[in-house]
Design a binder for this molecule. Structure first.
Ligand code: PLP
Length: 406
């Protein structure tokens, strides 16, 4: 069923050069990500916040703000609105501390948002085979949505990617390969194979529509908070799709007049074992140098070089935010404390945002009276957990001494 769509064109995020909509595009001629542009005046004339809020469901309710032209091309696995969960145990003061729990999405991570859109658009544009490098969750989401769309998918991941990611990706129908390198090495292999294998390159930001999917985090957040954005957003930043997408969402919402002038400070959170954005932010650079020997427990943010680096840095600076690194020990400590004290099992990347919040409240860059939103980007169930090995012998009487002795 056709619905009213408002895409006017695509635009190079670096030069502003325009590109025709409804065509297959990768990067711009400049080698930079393309952004989708909409006729927001026309959109706003026919849609208001109340109509939107009356709709139920997750990201597809924002259809007018998304690029899919024909509803029959929508590939959905039942995306739900993800909840904002308070974390009062960690709240530093009167300002509300919330986590947007993205682990509830299909395939257990927010990669579902980006890939739902990217695969739907691939279907709309007639693409038959796609390939991507991944640290795990993107590959799994691609596999699921591509299989559902009848599109062939090829996935290349570092050989130390969390095991569950590799297996779920294979089980959901992708051809998955373990590579003895990092995600940028996998990306090079994808690039090399495109011509001969007939793949379309689905690398982060090398196709224009994943940003549009991740943008829905910003749309949901605004709507959930009564169109009043929080003071600070802490985002675990790898390729930066989500941070860039949310910043784009806020710009569109502001142009529509649906939110006020005040926007959140965007904080890019990285691990100190892989912090190219933090280094570039602190050096005042527009682009980030690749990070050597990247290593962190937070696999999803182990991205040594990002094609959208300047967009991440631009959003962080325009918003008055900052980029910050946290140590792996503090990430794991935050994960363990959130689980034990608040009953909230976070993924390491999500826990990195909690660790960063605590660290920056201490440093004073975040005030205790400010409202802050963290992102738990994947279900904590996908990651290795500490073992629990206490055992009882059921052939004997209950060993109360052993229970008490723990
Ligand atoms: C992909 C991923 C990230 C990073 O997201 P970007 O938007 O690509 O920066 C963070 N955490 C998890 C769990 C991820 O899968």
């Amino acid at each position: 069923m056709p619905h009213k769509t408002f895409v006017t064109h695509l635009e190079c995020s670096y030069t502003g050069e325009t590109y025709e909509a409804d065509r297959v595009h990768g990067l711009s001629r400049e080698g930079k990500p393309l952004l989708v542009r909409y006729d927001l005046a026309a959109l706003g004339a026919g849609l208001d916040r109340e109509t939107l809020s009356a709709r139920s469901g997750g990201l597809w309710k924002y259809l007018e703000l998304l690029p899919v032209r024909s509803e029959e091309n929508i590939i959905s696995l039942g995306e739900e609105l993800t909840p904002l969960v308070d974390l009062p145990d960690f709240q530093a003061g009167p300002g509300r501390l919330m986590v947007k729990d993205e682990g509830r999405l299909p395939t257990g991570s927010f990669k579902a948002r980006g890939l739902a859109l990217a695969v739907s658009m691939a279907k709309e544009l007639g693409i038959k085979s796609v390939a991507m490098p991944t640290n795990g969750n993107a590959g799994a989401a691609l596999a699921a949505y591509a299989s559902r769309a009848g599109i062939e998918s090829w996935v290349f991941c570092p050989d130390d990617t969390p095991e569950i990611n590799v297996r779920e990706t294979a089980l959901q129908g992708a051809r998955v390969w373990r590579v003895n390198g990092l995600i940028n090495d996998c990306g090079r292999l994808v690039g090399e194979g495109c011509e001969e294998m007939g793949w379309f390159d689905f690398s982060t930001l090398k196709e224009p529509y994943r940003i549009e999917g991740k943008k829905t985090m910003g749309l949901e957040l605004a709507e959930q908070l009564g169109w009043q954005l929080p003071d600070v957003i802490l985002y675990p930043t790898g390729g930066g799709t989500g941070l860039i997408g949310m910043w784009k969402a806020f710009a569109e919402l502001r142009e529509l007049g649906w939110i006020g002038e005040k926007l959140p400070r965007m904080v890019a959170v990285q691990s100190s074992g892989c912090a190219p954005m933090v280094r570039a932010f602190e050096a005042g650079l527009e682009h980030a140098e690749p990070w050597e020997d990247a290593a962190t427990v937070a696999a999803g943010i182990r991205v040594p070089a990002a094609v959208g680096d300047f967009l991440i840095l631009r959003a962080v600076r325009e918003s008055g935010g900052f980029a910050v690194a946290v140590d792996d020990e503090r990430i794991i400590e935050a994960r363990d404390r959130a689980a034990a004290d608040s009953g909230f099992l976070m993924c390491p990347e999500g826990a990195a945002t909690l660790a960063a919040y605590l660290q920056e409240v201490e440093s004073g860059r975040i005030r205790p009276d400010e409202s802050a939103v963290l992102f738990n980007c994947a279900t904590g169930l996908k990651y290795p957990m500490p073992s629990a090995e206490e055992r009882l012998d059921c052939r004997a009487a209950l060993d109360v001494e052993a229970l008490r002795g723990r």
